[in-house]
Every structure is written in C-alpha cells, then in structure tokens.
Design a protein around this ligand. Structure first.
Ligand code: SF4
Length: 241
C-alpha cells in the first residue's frame, strides 16, 4: 500500500473507533452493605436504565432513560435527592472524576438500574489497571460483559413484570448469588433456579426484603437449613446510602 493509501486507510479506521459511554444516575463513596464485600469502602456507580420491573424495587427512578432527563455531569453530581436525571461519561471521565473527588475507596461497585445492559469491560479494565477491584451487581437477565477479575454478584430477578429470564451465562459467571426474599415462594423460586444450574463453588446469600421481621426470620431459618449466608443490607441499619 502506498504511503497516501496507508494514511487514508488509517484515517478510515480511526473514524470507526467509538468511545463507550455510560449513563450515570449517581456516583458516590460509601460502605458496601451487602454480600461478600459487606463493610468494604466502595465507590458506587449507579447506571440509568432497567426493564426488569421488580415490584419492590427501591431504585425505580433508574428505570427509564429519558433523553430530556440528561443533564451535565456537574448537575448529576450535585443532586441532593433521587431523581431520574442522568449524565453521560466515558470510562476515563469516571476515573478522572473519582480522582478529582479524592475518593479513597479502592473498590468500585457498578449497579443500577441494570448495569449489564451495556459492556462494562472498558470501565472495569481501566479501574483494575489503576489498582482498584471491581464488582457488578446484576439481575442476571443480561449477558455479563466485564473483565475476568471483576466480582459478579447475580441477584436473580425471577418472574418479574418485564418478562426477562435468568441467563445460564450470568449464573455460571456469578461469584455470588444474592437473593432478596420475603416469602417461602421466593425461596422455592431460588431453589428451582439453582436446580437448573451447576454453581457448586458460588456463595449464596439470602437478603430479607425491606428489613421486615418475618422476612428476616425466614431468611435466617433458610440459611441455616441450607448452609447459605445471610445478607442484611447493613447500610440501611446504620443509616447510610
Ligand atoms: S433489576 Fe434491580 S433496578 Fe431493575 S427493577 Fe429489579 S431491583 Fe429494580
């Protein structure tokens, strides 16, 4: 190829490169209150968008991606209450922001919404290259695209209004299964799901929904009976986000 042709070819290739961007509803530093990383200082990155439709969802403001709700990164960061507003960031923007805010946590938690609606590999890769660990919290209804090192928490949302199925690929990628329960039906649904998948080495957590007494008692009884673990949303008991 001549030098000129080479240059044109190179320029054409450059034009096809797109930078992955993420729609972020919230970004903040706190303590992880659930699952294996309970107590770990963490940077939470909450993505906008979720079609799964859990009736008891406590982040319903993240469900819809309305274009008119897009705001500047500064406006998103200055929010003082839960809103449907979101801002667009590249992985590098997010990393730069974390440095600018001088967050000291070295663990990122990508949550939502349903974060696995997008490829999370570039985001996790960048943070891991800089010495952070990464974790994703997903409903298991979308393919999990991330790095090998990333810790994947699947909180399977079974038979929800959106009509999505739990994917076998998400179950096999899970490092832990964290299941919210309020009734025996939720326990039975989890057991039916586990019977379909081979996940011997994966930790299983039951998490009582809304800190209700009956749900907590049921979770404790079921954990003991099955040698599973209890996750109690510590952040809600100590009054932090
Ligand atoms: S998957 Fe998560 S964000 Fe989506 S509706 Fe269910 S609880 Fe809410």
């Amino acid at each position: 190829m001549s030098t000129l042709a080479n240059k044109i070819h190179h320029n054409a290739k450059e034009k096809t490169i797109t930078v992955m961007t993420y729609k972020i509803n919230e970004l903040f530093e706190t303590i992880q209150g659930e699952g294996s990383f309970t107590g770990q200082p963490s940077i939470f990155i909450r993505l906008q968008g979720c079609p799964v439709g859990c009736s008891w969802c406590d982040t319903k403001h993240t469900w819809d991606i309305e274009i008119e709700e897009q705001v500047s990164p500064e406006s998103m960061l200055n929010k003082t209450e839960e809103t449907t507003q979101w801002a667009s960031f590249s992985a590098q923007d997010i990393y730069d922001l974390v440095q600018a805010k001088q967050f000291r946590a070295k663990h990122i938690v990508i949550t939502g919404g349903e974060p696995c609606m997008v490829d999370l590999t570039p985001l996790c890769q960048l943070f891991e290259q800089q010495g952070y660990s990464s974790q994703i919290e997903t409903s298991g209804t979308f393919e999990v695209l991330t790095t090998e090192k990333c810790w994947v928490t699947v909180s399977p949302k079974i038979n929800m209004r959106g009509g999505y199925s739990i994917l076998a690929s998400a179950m096999s990628r899970a490092n832990e299964i964290k299941h919210p329960i309020a009734t025996q039906q939720h326990v039975d649904e989890l057991k039916s799901l586990l019977a379909l998948h081979s996940i011997e080495d994966t930790a299983i957590y039951l998490q009582p929904i809304s800190q209700k007494k009956r749900a907590t008692e049921l979770a404790i009884e079921t954990c003991i009976a099955n040698n599973w673990r209890l996750s109690v949303q510590v952040h809600k008991y100590i009054g932090i986000e």
